[in-house]
Design a protein around this ligand. Structure first.
Ligand SMILES: [Zn+2]
Ligand SMILES: [Zn+2]
Ligand SMILES: [Zn+2]
Length: 156
């Protein structure tokens, strides 16, 4: 699926674009992570929290939650990949740390119904922008390149 807001390819089963946070599915009836009963208009591209119109912060066409540190997070960090499996994410993190790269991990699992919104609740791993190319090389050498959200990375 191509996001109508930023034209980035997004996983078919996701309700929110990984790149810009816009809702890509019109059938989404997901609540804001701060206000129960308020429909989410998108999800923070850092922590993945669904946000309503009152909570959403827009910066450079990307959606963020009302945690002010998230809107500036992507100035220095980039998404490396997402995984449905926390176990796999732990393996990725351990291997990066062993190579001197310190990833930052966000898990939006608590905001979603685990069965129906599995793709949206996937664990996100970010690295400092300058480390991204090296992180991709490390994971590729380990045969873990499936984890890398290549379509998104190529688009960015
Ligand atoms: Zn998008
Ligand atoms: Zn956030
Ligand atoms: Zn809200």
């Amino acid at each position: 699926m191509i996001c109508p807001n930023c034209s980035c390819p997004t996983k078919e089963e996701m309700h929110f674009c990984l790149n810009c946070g816009a809702a890509v599915s019109t059938i989404a009836e997901i609540e804001c992570g701060n206000h129960s009963g308020a429909a989410a208009v998108g999800a923070c591209v850092v922590c993945g929290m669904p946000v309503c119109g009152d909570c959403a912060v827009t910066k450079e066409k990307k959606l963020f939650c009302n945690d002010s540190t998230h809107a500036v997070f992507l100035d220095h960090h980039a998404l490396l990949g997402v995984s449905d499996s926390e176990f796999e994410a732990d393996i990725i993190v351990s291997n990066l740390k062993a190579n001197g790269i310190l990833p930052l991990v966000y898990s939006p699992k608590g905001f979603f119904d685990f069965k129906s919104e599995k793709a949206d609740s996937a664990v996100r791993v970010f690295v400092v922008k300058d480390d991204r190319a090296r992180a991709i090389t490390i994971l590729t050498e380990l045969g873990l390149e499936d984890f890398i959200h290549l379509e998104t990375i190529q688009h960015l």
